[in-house]
Design a protein around this ligand. Structure first.
Ligand code: JHZ
Length: 394
């Protein structure tokens, strides 16, 4: 049974950066109600009314996974490890974005699947790319006649697809007999422990745990045999899955992870109700801090026009009254406005200058990378604000 525990209010699509504030553009802006529920049977946490993926994954998709050094390195590392350990001949990535993972493999090994045409156009220059949504028809089209995949990789994508049944059935069809499925997504344990409620937005239909993935894999003829904690995106889990009848045995690492998830209470509704209370406190404290800084005439901006900050800005009702603008390195976000709250986005070269007193870390998941490169700002007394794990000035 699905039980609601969090209501994040009216939200726009996290990716719908506006090209202008004309009446025509504003009229077209789409909003939906964002609430989150826990399934007491399979321990799956999901948003209650997913948006039609055709509205989300268009030829104007903004997020480029290659924008951060942390992610470029993380994908390079995991690609090397998977190559060494499993020696896969046919590798498929579901949701290949701008090719940050596949570029670590020889082109002859790769099948890329990416529904956002602007991104698929990047990988198709070098790799066999299908500019389509992942589903059973596509799996049949790809594998009916050719060899099945020895490795299917998918980072920050499976959690985005509402239809888990079709997703996993299509995967089961596409895996070779000894094939491995590796998926990676933000972890529910990290979200609960660090109060990062902004991991909930329209694209994150699910925030998975090992407990939930184990149940899902079982249902579709697969088995979760290992799990690895990673620090990316504020704490993610990498799941290793194979066919149910494969030789892989459940690792101790998986058993420990599941035990830890139970200790945190990811199998109990009461855990999520407590989380929901903490989220409401976080909102109150952030608004209080921003009001205080504004009364002291401080200039505040936001650093990183993340999808996550769409949730924070809209849930906390934060707009240009508090933030002069948002800086972001992604060229196709610059010159646009944030979804719902319409804060201008500018390049850091223009906006991250000596006039800024405080910068809210929209990209808090890259705190280390950002603090490392913004020494000049910190040295002259500039300060970062974060809401993860609680509201504070760094
Ligand atoms: P970042 C996206 O979420 C969307 P977002 C998606 N749904 C998902 O699951 C995750 O990614 C994986 C900028 N930046 O990665 C670049 C700077 O400006 O946290 C990015 O626009 N300066 C697919 O948007 C943004 O911040 C910097 O120094 O929440 C980071 O976005 C750095 C490091 C980043 O994902």
């Amino acid at each position: 049974m699905k039980k609601k525990f969090l209501n994040l209010g009216k939200q726009p699509l996290a990716n719908s950066f506006l090209p202008s504030l004309s009446n025509k553009t504003l009229r077209k802006e789409y909003f939906y109600n964002l609430s989150v529920a826990f399934d007491t049977q399979n321990y799956l946490v999901s948003i209650t009314n997913p948006v039609n993926p055709k509205k989300q994954y268009t030829d104007k998709y903004a997020h480029r996974a290659s924008e951060s050094k942390t992610m470029r390195n993380a994908f390079k590392n995991i690609a090397q490890k998977l190559k060494k350990k499993f020696k896969p001949k046919v590798v498929m990535e579901i949701g290949s974005n701008d090719g940050v993972f596949v570029k670590n493999f020889p082109a002859k090994n790769i099948i890329a699947v990416e529904p956002c045409k602007n991104l698929a156009n990047i990988t198709k220059r070098k790799f066999k790319t299908y500019p389509n949504f992942w589903n059973k028809n596509l799996a049949k089209k790809i594998f009916k006649k050719s060899k099945k995949a020895d490795l299917i990789f998918s980072a920050n994508t499976i959690s985005h697809i509402p239809n888990l049944k079709e997703t996993f059935q299509a995967i089961e069809y596409s895996l070779s007999l000894k094939g491995i499925l590796v998926i990676e997504d933000p972890s529910l344990k990290s979200v609960i422990k660090t109060n990062s409620y902004d991991q909930f937005y329209d694209e994150h239909v699910y925030v998975f745990s090992a407990l939930a993935i184990e149940n899902i894999a079982n249902k579709y003829g697969l088995k979760l045999f290992d799990v690895q904690e990673t620090s990316t995106h504020g704490g993610s889990l990498r799941y290793f899955i194979a066919r149910k009848d494969s030789k892989f045995k459940k690792t101790n690492r998986l058993k420990k992870s599941i035990q830890k998830e139970k200790q945190v209470g990811l199998n109990k509704f009461s855990t999520f109700l407590k989380f929901s209370k903490r989220v409401q406190i976080s909102k109150k404290k952030l608004i209080k801090l921003l009001i205080k800084l504004k009364s002291q005439k401080k200039k505040i901006i936001s650093y990183g026009a993340t999808y996550k900050s769409t949730t924070v800005f809209n849930y906390c009702n934060i707009g240009t009254k508090f933030f002069d603008y948002v800086t972001d390195t992604t060229s196709n976000k610059q010159g646009k406005y944030t979804p719902g709250k319409h804060i201008p986005i500018v390049a850091p070269e223009i906006g991250f200058n000596e006039t800024v007193d405080y910068a809210f870390l929209g990209a808090w998941n890259f705190k280390k990378e950002i603090m490392g490169k913004e020494g000049k700002f910190l040295k002259r007394g500039g300060k970062f604000i974060t809401h993860v794990p609680n509201i504070r000035i760094l």
